[in-house]
Design a protein around this ligand. Structure first.
Ligand SMILES: Nc1ncnc2c1ncn2[C@@H]1O[C@H](COP(=O)(O)OP(=O)(O)OP(=O)(O)O)[C@@H](O)[C@H]1O
Ligand SMILES: [Mg+2]
Length: 261
């Protein structure tokens, strides 16, 4: 079943995507998450809808992401923002959901914003292990990740880390664990909710572990100078896939990456 899936999804994403080995991860065995639709709506997880204009924007974004992933053989996408409150976590989650509307694509969503975790709460998930424990190698992938629907695996915790977040994220153990996620989870693409770039050094140390990044800019939260610094930093250290303008009050052309309220 899984090998059939991998064959067709690789065809869809492009032949450049490398196989994941002989031991595909069993997604049906991941603990399933059940979340009330009202709760998801309250969290602004709008991508499920086929009609909401914001969902359409996410679908356009998803198509661009898939095209770049196919062309460049990228399987990890880090989402960051200059500072807090731009909507980066909301966008990471909505993009992941939008990607799963392609039934044959398996998507991972991992919250690496240890100081301000949000993804677990958005999906009403209270896991047994913290992300810090996971990154220290204290639990298995199958004990940490939960499954939302058939093809979204979420690795997140509501437990926030303290002042040692950078050491945890940049440590050797975290590097090995994230490598294993990429190699063993069996996701076609993993979206990482990264810490904000200009708030400390949590994010910078993670950038070499991302094949591509996306910058989320809050229309009223980010300054032009901050955006400039972030763009240069991300272009130098990673493959910057694009900049998304969020919380924009003005209606824009659908071809642009504008996400309004
Ligand atoms: N397009 C939008 N329109 C209106 N509100 C939004 C939009 N996107 C996100 N929000 C809201 O803004 C708040 C911050 O969003 P979110 O938590 O995703 O930001 P963040 O950049 O991850 O922040 P943090 O740095 O705290 O992690 C949330 O209450 C969220 O629901
Ligand atoms: Mg956040």
């Amino acid at each position: 079943m899984i090998s059939e899936y991998r064959t067709s999804s690789r065809t869809e994403l492009g032949a450049q995507i490398t196989p994941l080995g002989n031991n595909p991860f069993s997604w049906p065995k991941l603990e399933p998450l059940t979340v009330e639709a009202k709760w998801l709506e309250k969290q602004r997880l709008v991508s499920f809808s086929r009609h909401n204009p914001a969902a359409v924007s996410f679908d356009i974004l998803r198509t661009k992401v898939l095209r770049s992933a196919r062309e460049n053989n990228w399987r990890s996408l880090g989402i960051t923002a200059p500072t807090s409150g731009s909507g980066k976590s909301t966008i990471a989650a909505n993009l992941a959901i939008s990607l799963t509307k392609h039934e044959k694509i398996k998507v991972g969503l991992v919250d690496l914003d240890l100081r301000r975790p949000r993804i677990a709460e958005m999906f009403a998930h209270s896991g047994r292990y913290s992300t810090e424990e996971f990154l220290h190698g204290e639990c298995l992938i199958e004990d940490f990740f939960v499954r939302f629907g058939d093809n979204l695996a979420i690795g997140a915790s509501q437990h926030a880390s303290g002042s040692n977040a950078a050491e945890v994220l940049h440590g050797q153990s975290a590097g090995q664990v994230l490598k294993r996620v990429q190699e063993e989870l069996g996701a076609d693409i993993v979206i990482y909710n990264l810490p904000a770039l200009l708030v400390g050094d949590d994010c910078i140390g993670l950038l070499p572990r991302m094949e591509a990044t996306m910058l989320v800019v809050g229309a009223e939260a980010s300054t032009v100078a901050d955006i400039d610094v972030c763009e240069r930093e991300l272009e130098t250290r990673t493959n910057l896939l694009g900049v998304v303008l969020n919380k924009c009050r003005y209606k824009a052309d659908q071809n642009n990456n504008f996400l309004g309220t």
